[in-house]
Design a protein around this ligand. Structure first.
Ligand code: 5AD
Ligand code: FES
Length: 354
């Protein structure tokens, strides 16, 4: 190993800031030894702040209508073969209560950008969940909205918001999205969310089409600058009815390495081992935890609509009831010496500050 590479690794492990060039050096020269070392250090950092606890989030995918046309996504508006659904307000509240009974203390409402769900309706749903289950955190993941809309959701009681930045590079962004969407607006949304007071989540797909090592370095530096409470990364997986049907999927190997780097760069961040990671490898989520992740997000949506929230091919857990996924995950997490906890699971930084 060169002295340069060695010093980058030591800097990362000791919590120092690494530069774009250093990240690229690390990515281009990674080997088994480095990956194992960083995974050990990263999982030790996660254990320092969160013990051997893994937080669960109950995900309700409440609509797959979407006005956007992102080239990678199976529910893009141009996919005429997508079978569209939206849950009613009552169905959403029922799912949330079922999740509560199963032990979930964070409910994530995720959906496409669906004009049917006007701000007031979203605010009303958030308010209802919060008043029925005051000890639950509510997370929204419903895309790009105005500052005023975000503020409305926050005032209604929403605690957190997930909006992956997808890629920090404007040119790369333009290769993944039609021209009405911009990386600039995406980032502005994230800064607005933070300003309003949301615990905010950003992130990107690993191995998305046209992604370069330089892009990944920029993504990591953007995350460091934004300093979000949560970061979602998972491998890109092609969907057969999108323009990227024939593109290559992201790898387990690179995703795990990036999870370790992210944990070391942002020590207290809440970092899920995503469903996409579990989809490209049967033990993907367990390996994600061992690489430094500390969150899993099983699905709470009714089984009747599960298959329809079809962002990418072969998504796991589309036939299982929420209780089955909860038990399955419990077993998986315990098999690697961790435990699932019933807790809101806030970022420790947030817990200290509030
Ligand atoms: N493969 C992997 N992840 C995807 N997402 C959307 N489409 C795909 C795909 N084909 C991710 C995006 C989005 C999140 C909800 O799902 O990063 O932000
Ligand atoms: Fe859903 Fe294992 S987590 S079946």
């Amino acid at each position: 190993m060169t002295a340069d590479l060695q010093s980058v690794i030591e800097k990362l492990v000791s919590g120092g800031d690494i530069t774009r060039e250093e990240i690229i050096l690390l990515l281009e020269n990674r080997n088994e030894e480095i990956k194992t070392y960083l995974a050990q250090k990263a999982s030790a950092v996660a254990r320092k702040y969160y013990g051997n606890k893994v937080f669960v989030r109950g995900l309700i995918e409440f609509t797959n209508y979407c006005k956007n046309d992102c080239y990678y996504c199976g529910i893009r508006c141009s996919n005429k073969n997508a079978s569209r659904y939206r849950l009613t307000r009552e169905e959403i509240l029922e799912c949330a209560s079922h999740g509560y009974d199963l032990g979930f203390r964070t409910i994530v409402l995720q959906g496409g950008e669906d004009a049917y769900f006007k701000d007031d309706l979203i605010a009303d749903i958030v308010k209802s969940i919060k008043s029925e289950h005051p000890d639950c955190a509510v997370t929204l993941s419903i895309g790009e909205k105005s500052f005023e809309s975000y503020k409305k959701f926050f005032d209604a009681g929403a605690d957190r918001y997930l909006l992956r930045h997808e890629t920090a590079d404007a040119e790369h962004y333009a290769k993944l999205h039609p021209s009405n969407l911009s990386s600039e607006n995406r980032k502005q949304c994230l800064f607005n969310l933070k300003k309003i007071g949301f615990q905010t989540g950003a992130g990107f797909m690993v191995g998305s089409p046209y992604q370069t090592t330089g892009n990944i370095a920029d993504d990591l530096l953007f995350l460091k600058k934004l300093d979000p409470e949560m970061i979602g990364i998972g491998p890109f997986i092609p969907h057969k009815e999108t323009p990227f049907a024939d593109m290559t999927a992201g790898t387990l190997e690179l995703t795990l390495f990036l999870l370790s780097i992210i944990r070391l760069m942002l020590p207290t961040v809440l970092l899920p081992a995503t469903t996409a990671l579990g989809t490209i490898d049967p033990r993907g989520r367990e390996l994600g935890i061992l690489a430094g992740a500390n969150v899993v997000m099983p699905n709470l949506s009714p089984v009747s609509v599960r298959k329809k929230y079809d962002l990418y091919d072969n998504k796991i857990c589309t036939g299982e009831e929420a209780a089955e996924c909860m038990n399955c995950l419990k077993r998986r997490i315990e098999s690697i010496g961790y435990e699932i906890v019933t807790d809101r699971g806030d970022n420790v930084r947030y817990v200290k500050e509030h």
